[in-house]
Design a binder for this molecule. Structure first.
Ligand code: PEP
Ligand code: MG
Length: 318
């Protein structure tokens, strides 16, 4: 079968029956912005900011970060740009930061944990740069690897505090849309409470699969386990979408799963509002979306959610 059908480089496509699904790009460097635009991205669904901190001797200052965020916003003047706050940990040591060797780096000091602790100063600088950049476009900010509500409350309190400081200093800023990544079982179980506190949830299936299946995302010997089509992961996704919508948040997905055209219909059926992926996969996923019938997609999702094994799910997707 030829999958290269008609590639769609249009913004904001809908299913055959008119449900709009946003298809955004994941980027991890400034060089990826233009290709994302050219691929027809409806904005940036995940701007990984780690690159700003790598391959250098000291952290980027506030103005340097501000310029970077404004560049992303100016590439997408009419679309939303979601910037994720720094997501580093023991697996990605940065020489000028205190990143101790850990036996289990994926279970250690990483993501929002560092931003609220070890890297509190960096977090504040990043938030200042982001709030200032908020005046230059449609900016959203999300927090990585949150596993309980107190962390989210603490992160949101930091945002408020930074806003107050900018107010006091008479510096112009605009509050971005705020969101939380759902990539731990803890955040899945607390997604109702989280969605009441933020504008959106974005499911990170790379880490979520790792933590739900208790399997490394990097070990090829157990790669079959690191598959979001395992029923427990699908149920975690469905639970997140329902809880998010009940709490008044929109729900997106920015893990690798979102860019697989073979699961596009399933993801539409599971109720995702937005899918974010590497730019090269955007045209293919958009063309799949335009062929989806929402009711059939919902039925497919219902069947997949009742499956007990990955094998059954794979069969349904054939
Ligand atoms: C994820 O975990 O799915 C995700 C999008 O974040 P990262 O791959 O950067 O950990
Ligand atoms: Mg992640």
């Amino acid at each position: 079968a030829t999958d290269e059908e008609t590639e769609i480089i249009e913004r904001y496509v809908s299913t055959a029956d008119g449900t709009e699904i946003e298809v955004a790009a994941n980027v991890g460097t400034l060089a990826e912005l233009d290709p994302a635009d050219e691929a027809g991205a409806d904005g940036i669904g995940l701007f990984r900011t780690e690159f700003l901190f790598l391959d250098r001797e000291s952290p980027p200052n506030e103005d340097e970060q501000y310029d970077t965020y404004v560049e992303a916003l100016s590439t997408f003047p009419n679309e939303r740009v979601i910037v994720r706050t720094l997501d580093i940990g023991g697996d990605k040591p940065i020489p000028y930061l205190d990143t101790p060797d850990e036996d289990n780096p994926f279970l250690g000091d990483r993501g929002i944990r560092r931003s609220l602790g070890t890297d509190a100063d960096l977090f504040e600088t990043q938030l200042r740069a982001l709030l200032r950049a908020g005046t230059e476009g449609n900016l959203a900010v999300m927090f990585p690897l949150v596993s309980h509500v107190e962390e989210l409350d603490a992160a949101l309190a930091r945002v408020e505090q930074v806003a107050e400081e900018l107010d006091e200093d008479g510096i112009e800023y605009e509050m971005p849309e705020l969101g939380v990544m759902i990539e731990t079982p803890g955040s899945v179980f607390m997604a109702e409470s989280m969605s009441e506190r933020v504008d959106f949830l974005s499911i990170g299936t790379n880490d979520l699969t790792q933590y739900v299946m208790a399997v490394s995302r990097e070990n090829e010997h157990v790669a079959d386990l690191h598959d979001p089509l395992h029923p427990p992961v699908l149920r975690a996704i469905r639970r997140t979408v329902s809880a998010g919508h009940d709490g008044g948040a929109w729900v997106g997905m920015c893990g690798e799963m979102a860019g697989d055209p073979d699961v596009t219909e399933l993801l539409v059926g599971l109720g995702l509002d937005e899918l974010s992926m590497s730019a090269v996969t955007i045209p293919g996923v958009k063309s799949r979306i335009t062929g989806v019938d929402s009711e059939e997609a919902r039925e497919l999702a219902e069947r997949a959610l009742s499956a007990e094994t990955r094998k059954e799910v794979l069969k349904m997707l054939e």
